[in-house]
Design a protein around this ligand. Structure first.
Ligand code: FES
Length: 181
């Protein structure tokens, strides 16, 4: 934004955000915009948009009259905020104790290598996002990988290509069954 006209800045910021978020920020105007208000604001945006874009974080900073560095600092500090769009399929590798001792780190390495991304990133084709998580409550199947809402386990590094293939091919053909549950 290259204007210093507040009316234009405010209008542009409001356009970037869902109306309920604008209303929430406005309802707290005049009060100190505490970190808990900021976190709630960012949650509301992510619930609607799926992630927090730079434009949205800038709009929050403008409307709430707080430094952009504070908004981005909170967004990057808490791992549950996503700064990039999610992929078509979300892969969660369980790094809980039972999964870890049964080789979750090797699964993680294999996934990162096969997908060409790190935790918190999305493949260039937008197909997969990779995240780690703590115990999914299925320790008996350790090590476990969850793709969308489907648990796969026990999974070995050599199973990864087959699992990824099934989800990649979902867009081309009928639904593939999970490898194992
Ligand atoms: S530790 Fe992975 S499911 Fe419990």
């Amino acid at each position: 934004m290259t204007t210093d006209n507040w009316t234009e800045i405010e209008a542009a910021a409001k356009k970037c955000l869902p109306p309920d978020v604008v209303a929430f920020i406005e309802s707290h105007q005049g009060m100190a915009h505490s970190e808990s208000h900021l976190i709630a604001t960012l949650h509301m945006i992510q619930a609607t948009s799926g992630y927090l874009s730079k434009e949205q974080m800038d709009a929050v900073a403008q409307l709430a009259q707080i430094p952009l560095a504070k908004v981005t600092g909170v967004a990057t500090f808490y791992h549950y905020f996503r700064l990039h769009p999610r992929g078509r399929h979300m892969i969660n590798v369980c790094l809980g104790t039972a999964c870890y001792v049964k080789g979750a780190d090797k699964l993680s390495q294999r996934l990162m290598s096969d997908l060409g991304i790190q935790f918190g990133e999305t493949t260039k084709d937008g197909m997969f996002s990779l995240e780690s998580t703590r115990c999914l409550g299925t320790c008996g199947l350790a090590p476990v990988v969850m793709v969308d809402d489907q648990i796969h386990g026990p999974v070995s590094p050599s199973d990864i290509a087959t699992i990824l293939d099934k989800y990649t091919n979902k867009k081309k053909g009928p639904k593939a069954p999970p490898v194992s549950v």
